[in-house]
Design a protein around this ligand. Structure first.
Ligand code: ADQ
Length: 460
């Protein structure tokens, strides 16, 4: 049977009780095949110290190899090139790009260091699966070590931007060339595949050599969409425990019959949070009968607070919700309730189940798993309504959601009103379609299909 699986991602975790997102996605695959999970442990070495050798822990058949970053690596590779250049470019937020030569130099150096630490541990027949924008050149750095018999795939969790947006990055050609060291490139959507292929054909003199194969820089590779999903069964189960039922009942009682609208996001400028608050304000203005009858519950966990744009956003949101609550609220009703921290997954599942509307309105998003979690948590006989941004990758398949333009606050307010008034029959029908998408993109199928292609893809 197949070789070991080597997963490389910016952050490692544990395979035992992974908490959401990428960790859930890779840990089951690792447990199935056995292998290595390599990445950053989230620690920063003391000022002036080197990163040192990574620690190795064993969890059954999986070796977790995780080391620290130096302060300089953290600032220039992680906060710098990854999160102040690639992240905003991939999410069309060119106003947040800040480029410095040190950033890209460090990005290269860290990828090379990781490759030097990982390379000697690899064996012929291993499948190497690299995740996300922090690690685009890792494959090229591994190939430079002339390791034999490796198949390497890369999956991008964030959107791949159109060519003229990518070209804002001074090193765009180097980045794309380094992707050509992989045998398989996976994107979230067909739209991302098209953006990548446009770049390769228009800017790098590439040519198609099959429906999903492209040649450039003297190498061929396979390019496909693998839309990621959630562990649907596990998420649904979380809403059915006795504890969850009690929580759901308590939440409903506390809302006194008001319709709860739920938003759950990392506190990130790609998620369209100020626009969402203003759309909610428009709902209250344009449809005054909703005043006192709806509550927007926003859970927004702060991330990357060392990047200025993120701390500014938090202040803006606190100011906005204060202003809206001050203008519309009364002694018995607080229109917006926001919680700026992480919430246990079981509580999230109950929150989704207790909410009439899931409001998922990123300005741009690779996929967006919250949309899928909200759908999975609904009661199929009396489900809530998903309002989803057209610019989330999820919208490519979840066409039975109420799709909205997240820049258009009036359209979002109208969608909220439509959702509040939607008949049970229509809700049931839309939910059935959305659950079908959830099942088709279940995370187990996602990782199995990526690995199945990686295993057979021809190597140029
Ligand atoms: P993210 O940008 O993090 O992921 P998303 O897909 O929504 O976005 O995943 C977030 C996960 O974290 C969800 O499982 C959500 O429930 C959880 N979460 C969010 N806020 C939370 C909170 N306050 N407390 C607890 N849990 C919280 C990136 C890309 C996405 C892509 C995923 C997976 O940006 O587009 O869908 O990777 O590929």
């Amino acid at each position: 049977m197949n070789g070991r699986l080597i997963c490389v991602s910016n952050r490692t975790g544990t395979t035992k009780a992974p908490s959401g997102g990428l960790a859930v996605a890779v840990s089951a695959a690792l447990r199935q095949r056995g292998g290595i999970w390599f990445g950053w442990n989230g620690q920063i070495a003391e000022e002036g110290a080197s990163a040192g050798e990574p620690d190795i822990t064993h969890e059954e058949n999986v070796e977790i190899i995780a080391g620290a970053l130096t302060r300089q690596e953290y600032e220039n590779y992680y906060l710098g090139f990854s999160n102040s250049v690639l992240w905003p470019v991939c999410h069309h937020r060119l106003d947040h790009v800040s480029f410095r030569r040190d950033y890209v130099d460090e990005y290269r150096r860290v990828n090379r260091r990781f490759a030097h630490q990982l390379g000697p541990r690899l064996k012929e027949g291993d499948l190497v699966w690299v995740h996300d924008y922090h690690l685009m050149p890792l494959g090229a750095e591994l190939r430079a070590q002339r390791l034999e018999g490796l198949r390497m795939g890369f999956f991008l969790h964030v959107p791949f931007p159109p060519p003229d947006t990518l070209m804002v990055v001074p090193d765009h050609q180097w980045l794309v060339r380094s992707l050509f060291s992989y045998d398989l490139l996976g994107f979230q959507t067909q739209g991302d595949c098209m953006n990548f292929l446009h770049y390769v054909l228009e800017q790098a003199g590439g040519e198609m050599v099959g429906d999903s194969r492209v040649k450039a820089f003297g190498r061929e590779l396979e390019v496909r969409a693998f839309p990621i999903g959630i562990d649907v069964g596990a998420f649904r189960e979380m809403t059915r425990t006795a504890e969850a039922r009690r929580t759901i009942r308590r939440m409903r009682q506390r809302n006194l019959g008001r319709a709860q609208i739920i938003g759950v996001d990392r506190l990130d400028y790609s998620k369209g949070l100020p626009e969402r608050y203003r759309a909610f304000q428009k709902l209250l203005e344009q449809y005054p009968e909703t005043q006192g009858r709806v509550v927007l519950m926003q859970i927004a966990q702060p991330t990357r607070e060392a990047v200025e744009a993120y701390s500014d956003l938090r202040q803006e949101l606190e100011w906005l919700s204060g202003a809206i609550n001050g203008a519309f609220g009364d002694f018995e009703w607080t229109p917006i309730r926001s919680i700026h921290r992480s919430v246990p997954r079981s509580t999230l599942a109950a929150l989704f189940a207790a909410s009439r509307i899931g409001l998922v309105t990123p300005l741009r998003d690779g996929m967006n798993l919250v949309a899928k979690e909200y759908v999975a948590a609904q009661d199929p006989e009396d489900p809530g309504v998903l309002i989803l941004s057209r610019f989330a990758g999820a919208a490519e398949m979840m066409t039975s959601a109420l799709l909205v333009n997240p820049y258009n606050e009036e359209e979002m307010a109208n969608a909220l009103q439509t959702a509040l008034q939607m008949s049970q029959d229509e809700r049931v029908e839309r939910h059935r379609d959305l659950m079908r998408v959830n099942e088709e993109t279940d995370v187990a199928k996602w990782r199995a299909s990526f690995l199945a292609v990686l295993e057979v893809v021809s190597q140029s």
